[in-house]
Design a binder for this molecule. Structure first.
Ligand code: ATP
Length: 326
């Protein structure tokens, strides 16, 4: 059966790493039909719309979406895209790879980030000159959904350590609810878990990441803790992610448009290619996903490497090396 994949490169290095992922998927000879859509700063400048109607429709109708990055318009692009695919869970694996010079070479953590609410509701107001507010929304339903997804993910993928991140000692109502519901879910799964204040957790993730497996997080905490973990495994060029919904999903690197290196052909395509491997898993091409991950691991270990990993190769060199390995 042919799967239709919406491809939305977006801005900056999204334009460089997204075609690399498509090239790699092509090389795997899976039965995918790619349909490309525009989103981000460039199309907003031209048309006034950061996420044009045609692109929304592409993502809604496709079996899965590959998204690169958006620059200044990121909030107007990725938040609606996540909602269009009905995504409630953001899965962000942070792994260290053999042969890479990581601050913490024993890291294998998967952040399961709530993807619909928290501080990402966009409910902000200017009360008066110099006073602005943001409404943080936490619901029992979304907290339950993400906790169930997280514990299920840990069980399926044989993770022994599950941690619930929160700041319920300060955000007593909102994170209080998140924590209560997540603990209830953990108990109902009959699985062991820990809870951790997210600030202390940030420190422990840097000091002893090997003690963590699956970390279930409220929205903003998941965003920040996963970027922090990118730092200890070798950088943002390595972290893929999946935005998973009931029936649909969108795959994107954790990094953004990286305007500082965009257009130079030196972006590390690994995060995007590993996101494509997560897409393969999602569409039940498990064997191809494993082959692809192994090829990426081999290239990370032996080179060529892009400058963020200490090498001097370009995006295309790394992509070609991955395809050669396949
Ligand atoms: P945005 O506003 O789009 O999020 P940003 O620069 O704030 O952009 P990132 O794009 O995530 O955030 O980049 C943060 C840093 O990590 C930058 O220095 C960037 O060059 C580096 N970086 C991110 N992704 C990659 C990549 N794939 N390869 C190499 N370096 C990367």
């Amino acid at each position: 059966m042919t799967h239709e994949i919406a491809v939305i490169p977006g801005d900056g290095i999204g334009q460089e790493v997204t075609p690399a992922a498509v090239e790699v998927l092509d090389a795997l000879q899976v039965d995918f039909e790619f349909v490309e859509g525009e989103a981000g700063d460039a199309v907003a400048e031209r048309t006034g719309e950061a996420l044009p109607e045609e692109t929304r429709a592409l993502a809604a109708d496709a079996d899965a979406t590959l998204f690169g990055a958006a620059g200044e318009t990121a909030a107007d692009v990725i938040l609606p895209l996540r909602s269009i695919v009905g995504s409630f869970a953001n899965v962000r694996p942070a792994r260290s790879y053999p042969g890479l010079d990581a601050i913490q070479p024993e890291t294998d953590i998967v952040f399961i980030r709530e993807n619909t609410e928290g501080v990402y509701t966009g409910i902000e107001s200017e009360i008066t000159d110099g006073v602005r507010t943001l409404t943080r929304v936490v619901t029992e339903e979304a907290s339950r959904d993400i906790a169930e997804f997280g514990f299920e993910y840990a069980r399926k993928n044989d993770f022994d350590d599950v941690t619930i991140a929160h700041k319920a000692n300060v955000m007593r109502q909102t994170d209080g609810l998140f924590l209560d519901v997540a603990e209830e879910v953990g108990d109902s799964f009959g699985m062991e878990y820990d809870t951790a204040l997210m600030d202390a957790l940030a420190m422990h993730l840097v000091q002893r990441p090997e003690e963590y497996g699956v970390v279930i997080c409220p929205n903003l905490a998941g965003d920040m803790l996963s970027d922090l973990s990118a730092g200890i495994v070798g950088g943002l060029g390595l972290l893929p992610s999946a935005n998973v919904g009931e029936a649909n999903a969108l795959f994107e690197p954790v990094h953004g448009s990286a305007p500082d290196i965009a257009g130079q052909g030196i972006a590390n395509p690994a995060a995007m290619i590993l996101s494509a491997a997560m897409l393969l898993d999602h569409l039940e091409y498990g064997e191809e996903a494993d082959r692809l991950r192994t090829a990426v691991e081999d290239v990370l270990a032996e080179g060529p490497r892009t400058p963020d990993l200490g090498g001097d190769a370009g995006t295309e060199d790394v992509t070609t090396a991955v395809i050669d390995r396949l």
